[in-house]
Design a protein around this ligand. Structure first.
Ligand code: GLU
Length: 316
C-alpha cells in the first residue's frame, strides 16, 4: 500500500506499506505473471479479503514472482505476496541468492497448493528427459522468478552445467512464444498445472513435457527437501498422451511481519471462512484448504495467523 500525502491519510505505521485512508486500510499483494497461477489465485484471495473485511482493500499486482516478491516484502514495498516455499525459506535464512541479505520480516499466513516444475517443449524436438537439454536453447525463467531458481537447482543436481546450455531468461508467456517461433527449444515453468501459458501453446502446437528420472528426483529431494516427486497426468494438456514425472514445491501466502496482528488475524479468518468461494478460479484453488494450511510451511507464521490456527486447534 502506498504512502500518500493526502489530507485524510493516516499512516497506521511507518514500517510497512499499508495505509489507512479515511478509515480504509489499503494493502498490496505481489503475485506473478497474468499467464501463471499466482495472479488469478492472488486476485481471488485479495477479493475475499476486500469483500469480507469492510475496512480493508487489497490491490493485486503483477510481478516476476517468488524472488522479487520476497524482496518486495523485505523492502516493505508490498504487504502480502505469493511465493514458493523453497524460495521463502532461502529468503528467510539468507541462503543461495539471499546470502548476506536474509529477509527477516517474511512471515507465513498459509501454504496453498502444489506448484509443479514443468519443462515444456514441442514434440519432434528430440527432448523427452532432462538429460536431453544439453546443447539446447533453454529458457530457465525470468530474472526474479522462483522458476529460474528451480531450473538452476534442478539442473545442477541432475549434473547438467548451465554453460552446457544456451540459456534464456524469459517469462512464461515469452517462453511459450519463443518455443512456438522456433527461437528456443525448451523452457521451465514452475506453476500449478494446468498453466494458462502451456494450455495456450498446446492449443496451437503439439507439446511435450520433459520428465525427470526417479534417481535424479531422489538426489534433488536429498539436497532440497521442499521439492517432492509429482506425476503430471496425461491429458491435462491437449495432446499430452503420457504421464510425466517431475517435482513440485508449494505455493505460500506470505505477509510483512510489521502488519498488526489483529489485521493479519482478520485476513486469515476472512480467507478460511470463505475459501470455497474461490475454488472455481483455477483447478489448483481446490487444494487450498484449512486442513493443509500448515503443510510444508517453511518460515514462521505471522502472530495474527498463529492466533487464528490456535483457536481452530490445528497448530501442530
Ligand atoms: N512459482 C512461480 C515463480 O515464483 C510463479 C508461478 C505463477 O505465477 O503461478 O516463479
Amino acid at each position: 500500500m502506498r504512502k500518500t500525502a493526502f489530507l485524510f491519510v493516516f499512516l497506521v505505521a511507518l514500517s510497512f506499506s499499508a495505509v489507512a485512508v479515511a478509515g480504509t486500510t489499503y494493502l498490496s499483494m505481489a503475485t506473478g505473471s497474468p499467464s501463471g497461477v499466482y495472479y488469478p489465485v492472488g486476485r481471488a484471495i485479495g477479493g475475499l479479503i476486500t469483500k469480507y473485511l469492510s475496512d480493508v482493500v487489497v490491490n493485486v499486482e503483477v510481478s516476476t514472482a517468488s524472488v522479487s516478491n520476497c524482496e518486495a516484502i523485505g523492502k516493505h514495498a508490498v504487504d502480502l505476496a505469493l511465493v514458493q516455499n523453497n524460495v521463502a525459506t532461502w529468503a528467510y535464512i539468507g541462503r543461495y541468492m539471499f546470502k548476506g541479505r536474509a529477509i527477516k520480516n517474511l512471515r507465513a499466513i498459509a501454504t496453498l497448493y502444489p506448484e509443479t516444475v514443468q519443462i515444456v517443449t514441442l514434440k519432434g524436438r528430440g527432448i523427452s528427459v532432462i538429460s536431453d537439454l544439453v546443447g539446447k536453447r533453454v529458457s530457465i525463467g525470468a530474472p526474479g522468478s522462483g522458476t529460474s531458481i528451480d531450473a538452476e537447482s534442478i539442473l545442477q543436481r541432475c549434473g547438467i552445467k548451465l554453460d552446457s546450455l544456451e540459456v534464456y531468461h524469459l517469462s512464461f508467456s515469452e517462453t511459450v512464444r519463443q518455443i512456438e517461433n522456433g527461437k528456443i527449444d525448451v523452457g521451465f515453468i514452475t506453476a500449478g498445472y494446468p498453466t494458462a501459458s502451456i494450455m495456450n501453446l498446446a492449443s496451437r502446437s503439439k507439446i511435450e513435457l520433459v520428465s525427470i528420472p526417479e534417481d535424479m528426483i531422489k538426489k534433488i529431494h536429498a539436497s532440497y527437501p521442499y521439492y517432492v516427486k509429482i506425476v503430471i497426468p496425461k491429458g491435462i494438456y491437449k495432446g499430452l498422451g503420457h504421464d510425466v514425472t517431475t517435482v513440485s514445491c508449494m505455493a505460500m501466502l506470505v505477509v510483512d511481519a510489521a502488519l498488526p496482528s489483529e489485521l493479519v488475524y482478520n485476513i486469515t479468518k476472512s480467507i478460511w471462512g470463505h475459501i470455497n468461494e474461490i475454488y472455481t478460479v483455477h483447478e489448483k484453488a481446490r487444494y487450498i484448504t484449512l486442513d493443509t494450511a500448515l503443510d510444508g510451511l517453511s518460515i514462521p507464521l505471522h502472530h495474527g495467523a498463529e492466533k487464528y490456527y490456535s483457536e481452530k486447534g490445528i497448530l501442530k
